[in-house]
Design a protein around this ligand. Sequence first.
Ligand code: AHR
Length: 321
Amino acid sequence: MTMNRRTLTSAMAAAAVAGLLPASVLAQKKLVLGFAQVGAESEWRTANTESIKSAAKDAGIELKFSDAQQKQENQIKAIRSYIAQKVDVIAFSPVVESGWDTVLREAKAAKIPVVLTDRAVNSKDDTLYVTFMGSDFVEEGRKAGRWLVEKMKDQKGDVNIVELQGTVGSAPAIDRKKGFEEIIKADPKFKIIRSQTGDFTRAKGKEVMEAFLKAEGKKINVLFAHNDDMAIGAIQAIEEAGLKPAKDITIISIDGVKGAFEAMIAGKLNVTVECSPLLGPQLMNAVKDIKAGKTLPKRIVTEEGIFPMEVAAKEFPSRKY
Ligand code: AHR
């Protein structure tokens, strides 16, 4: 008789029931990971979702995936449903930093390990999660600030900056602002004259930049956008206002998505600080390690670079997201 995958699995199940299979074979049960994603707000997030889905497939891990549409209550609901389904590991990228302790305690009580990916929580109890893997957002803000300080070192008068912040209360918005300000405060000529959230989306980035331009017009020298999508939206607003992006207004953003490289090659964006969304393979390794009883470091930081427009054309072909 020829055995296909299904008959083989049924035969194994029958053998297992009869107690004929060794523990090592039975232990090969597929691990189940519940992942509560923030949403699909940016090119970065889409790449992050793809990375997680494809890495789960490659690792043979069953993935239960939910999209919270940038709402914390949806993420909490998803996490509770993973607890009810008794998944092996829960991972999520918290949309905002605070308000997670209750649901994380529920996961802990159910003995389900939790991994934070991409964004941190600001809980005082770090036993509520196993590890946090992702970028150092404060350092990303510093890199953006250092690039600007160097670029404007010979500028004598004020440098008027407008800032497009990410989602209010999110780790990347809080930390990138902090890192950027930490660097530019060394020289009082750098002035943030407007700062508002664009929620990490192109549409909001454009809308808020239009308002900045209406209020400040040609006074604006620099735009610091907390992600590429908002910068790309803002570039449209700048062009519609009859100004030249990257020339009349210096533009700095964060992520390093392909869209940003295209904008740099077109001469419309000055620089992007890298923030890698390709966390899938690392996450799947962590899931396996946790289930194998290994101890993981509490913090796993992603290594990243910075790409000014001068190198964009050369780097573009090797970009993975
Ligand atoms: O948390 C990472 C941030 O979230 C990225 O910079 C942004 O593009 C995304 O939406």
